[in-house]
Design a protein around this ligand. Structure first.
Ligand code: GYE
Length: 328
């Protein structure tokens, strides 16, 4: 009998211990603090060093701010971004942010976010819409000015070389994206009154290194040594184009003026080698402003409608030996 009571007692004690542990975990979970903010972010893809630097920076700054980040990579497809935004709405995140791969086609999904009362931040790129109030703000570069800086460099370079004719080929970024439209507009508006400047052709390289190579191969086959300038909307396409220029027997940076945009480490290294003449900076480090703005929106505070980071250019006109590592 005594033996049975003992066994029964031990079993009860074990059960109580297990229950206490469970309650304890539960209590621990209840004690755990809620994340300061739940941010849903739809990223364009992983197409370039710029994009991967942008993703790393956003992840790093979210962690530093104690913000819970749901980051989804759309792999260059708008429909994936739309699906991600719908998931964020269903999940009732506090704030939605995304870098729209192209400018059109967002009205429906952003109207759904608005109806759900979830503020939306545009990161890097803009949208084109007739509807009011679909987004709270845009945090991204002044791409038009990047195009202006590229063209102003070219005008100075043409002056210094005493050129009386400047045949240009342009390798553009993703069609209908904000950087493609604005970098082209800023460049073309700046050269339009300079009679030396002739644009032989603009061709879509989709911001990809492989397309940069294909585009440059086609342009050399078509125009050969008529080409004086290659204006490329990002470093990946530029780095894809350079081997094609060399394969054709030309010396990039000498026989052809090479102008690129982004300012990643790889392009800066090639600039220092003299194979690129000018790299316009487009910083991917937008994480600080994104987190700061998301926190303000969650708190119901007013935010600036447009936030442009400071940007510069690097060229063969300057001493770059002391330039700090680029970080992307
Ligand atoms: O120039 C390119 C990336 O939207 C500014 O997208 C960004 C552009 C950048 O793929 O490298």
């Amino acid at each position: 009998m005594f033996h049975k009571i003992r066994r029964h007692t031990v079993a009860c004690l074990c059960l109580i211990t297990i229950l206490l542990l469970l309650v304890g975990c539960q209590a621990t979970e209840e004690v755990q603090t809620e994340p300061a903010l739940l941010l849903g972010f739809s990223q364009v893809g992983s197409e370039s060093a710029w994009r991967m630097g942008n993703t790393r920076d956003i992840e790093k700054k979210a962690e530093e701010c104690g913000i819970s980040l749901m980051l989804e990579n759309a792999n260059q497809k708008q429909e994936n971004q739309i699906d991600a935004i719908r998931r964020f709405i269903a999940y009732q995140v506090d704030v939605i942010a995304f870098s729209p791969i192209v400018e059109e086609g967002w009205d429906n999904v952003l109207s759904e976010a608005k109806e759900a009362g979830i503020p939306v931040i545009l990161v890097d790129r803009d949208i084109s819409t007739e509807k009011e109030g679909l987004t709270a703000c845009l945090i991204g570069a002044d791409f038009y000015n990047e195009g202006v800086m590229a063209a102003e460099y070219l005008i100075r370079k043409a002056d210094s070389l005493g050129l009386d004719k400047v045949n240009i080929v342009e390798i553009t970024g993703t069609e209908d994206s904000t950087p493609m439209r604005q970098r082209q507009a800023g460049f073309m508006d700046t050269i339009k009154d300079d009679e030396r400047m002739v644009v032989l052709e603009s061709i879509n390289g989709d911001f990809l290194i492989s397309r940069g190579r294909e585009c440059m191969k086609y342009l050399i086959e078509t125009y050969g040594d008529e080409i004086d300038v290659v204006y490329s909307h990002n470093d990946e396409m530029t780095l894809g184009a350079l081997p094609e220029i060399e394969k054709a027997g030309f010396s990039p940076g000498q026989d052809m003026i090479i102008i690129s945009i982004d300012g990643g480490q790889d392009a800066i290294d090639v600039l220092k080698e003299g194979k690129i003449n000018c790299v316009v900076e487009c910083t991917p480090m937008l994480g600080d402003k994104l987190m700061e703005t998301a926190i303000k929106l969650k708190a119901g505070e007013e935010v600036e409608k447009v936030i442009h980071p400071e940007e510069q250019y690097f060229s063969d006109e300057m001493d770059l030996s002391g330039l700090a590592p680029r970080g992307y």
